[in-house]
Design a protein around this ligand. Structure first.
Ligand SMILES: [Fe+2]
Ligand SMILES: [Fe+2]
Length: 232
């Protein structure tokens, strides 16, 4: 049963399908995952009680009926060791997002060139925001893989004097802010009427990237770091 007092990331842990609804309503379950659900709903200007009733109807009842089609297998992730979780993050999210960043980079240059005349305002902003996000993510992945993850594996039961977790969480927040700007700049990934197929594919790929980054940050902030800090 979901209540307004629950933390957003606890709702996701208990009901992974909530991710789809939270994405639709822009409820931030990765960087803002520690906030109470009712505060996030209030911020959207939605009546809390009825929203929670709908969530319970859609998620709790559905969850009881079927476990097969969950978006994210939280139970399996919770049981993983730190090493297994790190491998999972690198093999799924880092790999997928690196590929998407490369694909989008090529597409955005193509769309920028073809549609410059009619959509330069949107495309210049998007190109700048995407370049910033690509740089942030690529540097962040290397920092995790080369520095922080190996450090965590060596020190998970010992010295935690270097606060790498905080530095990664700050970088997640920075990426989260860029993602919000990209979402607004693309009108929530809706290509213009006169946009060609490449324009639409560009927006689909961006949307795919961003949904994956949200889940990725949630797994790191709410599972990996909590496990490392002995909270779960
Ligand atoms: Fe990561
Ligand atoms: Fe990360």
């Amino acid at each position: 049963m979901i209540t307004g007092k629950m933390k957003i990331n606890d709702v996701v842990k208990a009901y992974p399908k909530s991710i789809e609804i939270f994405n639709d309503f822009h409820i931030d379950y990765c960087c803002g995952g520690n906030d109470a659900l009712e505060d996030a709903i209030k911020e959207l200007g939605i009546e809390v009680k009825s929203f929670i009733e709908v969530l319970n109807k859609k998620l709790v009842n559905q969850e009881n009926k079927s476990h097969e089609d969950q978006t994210l297998d939280i139970d399996r992730l919770m049981k993983m060791s730190i090493q297994e979780l790190i491998n999972y993050i690198i093999d799924t999210h880092h790999l997928k997002e690196r590929n998407l960043l490369a694909e989008i980079d090529e597409l955005i240059n193509k769309v920028f060139f073809v549609h410059y005349e009619h959509h330069q305002e949107q495309l210049i902003s998007l190109h700048t925001l995407f370049s910033d996000l690509r740089k942030e993510l690529q540097q962040h992945f290397v920092k995790e893989e080369k520095l922080v993850f190996p450090y965590m594996l060596k020190n998970f039961s010992g010295d935690k004097s270097i606060d790498y977790v905080k530095s990664l969480e700050d970088e997640h927040d920075a990426a989260g802010n860029l993602i919000k700007e990209i979402t607004a700049c693309t009108n929530e990934f809706t290509a213009p009427e006169d946009g060609c197929a490449s324009y639409r594919v560009l927006f689909q790929k961006l949307h795919e990237l961003i949904k994956d980054v949200y889940i990725h940050i949630f797994i790191e902030n709410s599972l990996l770091f909590k496990k490392y800090e002995g909270e779960i």
